[in-house]
Design a protein around this ligand. Structure first.
Ligand SMILES: Cc1ncc(COP(=O)(O)O)c(C=O)c1O
Length: 300
């Protein structure tokens, strides 16, 4: 039972606004609860949530199956390092790989989208022994240094140069430019099947199929970033299924955890095997509690 008054809420809104780093422009609104596609502010006003947590809330706010699973897990076990196996992690891996093509059968669990891409870039370098990445103009991969390096938007990149190099940006959907850019130095091509931040621009089938062929031909990896398009956002579980191709590494986050911070880089076994023991890691990645036991992604 909520006992806080409107004054309490206002004080908390003020606290968030004044104590925050200031990186975000905050709205003058305190969202206090959500149910399905609706959210309510402190004054009881109801809104339709068209933001959807930037693609996190695929199953809606307060989805009873997710709530129940998270509650059950919180009571059972909330933290366990990755060196100590847990049944929940095993179930998560099994569930996720069962809804993917059989080639994508190794999981590196993380906590966010940018971490999934960081992992993918490192695995690609470890596997190929090469340095260069090819990415698309208007592409967005995240804000940490590695992911930012393959993110195109100059206003995100320029204040933080130098980033990871070399990276070559090509126009999205330009097969000829892709052919010219991918060479024997290329570790990976990283692409979104639909550019989200870049203006909701879908890839053409020719472009993604060419990306698959060219990378194979040149011994580079194809990383598909489905952080935004995965988990049913495009009418199939994963957008790459529209194109008849399978990437070498698939990155996921956002809707994957039903609202809890969860991401993954899912890859081919031979790619996973190239990373030396301890070559990458994350403390919270693989934490058992975010993975709703018994919960199956509801998109068929
Ligand atoms: C396609 C894509 N990749 C990566 C990211 C980064 O994910 P996160 O914000 O969880 O780090 C985003 C976030 O919007 C995204 O849309």
């Amino acid at each position: 039972m909520e006992t806080r008054t409107l004054e309490d809420w206002r004080a908390l809104l003020e606290a968030e606004k004044t104590l925050d780093s200031g990186v975000y422009t905050k709205h003058d609104l305190l969202i206090v609860r959500g149910q399905g596609a609706r959210v309510w502010d402190a004054e009881g006003n109801e809104y339709i949530d068209c933001v959807g947590g930037y693609g996190v809330a695929n199953l809606g706010h307060g989805n009873p199956e997710v709530v129940e699973a998270v509650k059950r897990q919180a009571e059972t076990l909330m933290a366990m390092p990755q060196t100590l196996p847990t049944p929940m992690r095993g179930e998560f891996y099994r569930t996720l790989t069962a809804i993917l093509p059989p080639e994508l059968n190794r999981v590196f669990p993380v906590n966010s989208g940018t971490e999934a891409n960081e992992a993918a870039l490192k695995f690609a370098r470890a596997h190929t022994g090469r340095k260069k990445f090819v990415a698309a103009m208007r592409g967005f991969s995240g804000r940490t240094m590695g992911s930012l390096s393959v993110t195109w938007e100059p206003k995100y990149r320029e204040p933080f140069l130098p980033l990871v190099e070399p990276v070559e940006f090509i126009p999205y959907n330009d097969v000829e430019a892709l052919k010219r850019a991918v060479d024997e130095e290329t570790a990976a091509v990283i692409l979104e099947p639909v550019q989200g931040e870049g203006g909701v621009r879908p890839a053409t089938p020719e472009f993604l199929r060419a990306a698959r062929e060219i990378t194979q031909e040149k011994g580079a990896l194809l990383i598909l970033d489905e952080i935004q398009t995965g988990m049913g956002r495009t009418g199939k579980r994963f957008a790459f299924e529209h194109f008849g191709i399978v990437p070498d590494i698939l990155t996921l986050a956002k809707a994957l955890g039903g609202g809890v911070p969860l991401g993954a880089a899912v890859m081919r076994e031979e790619v996973a095997r190239s990373m030396p023991k301890g070559g990458h890691g994350t403390t919270f990645g693989g934490t058992p509690w975010p993975w709703p036991q018994g919960w199956r992604p509801s998109v068929t």
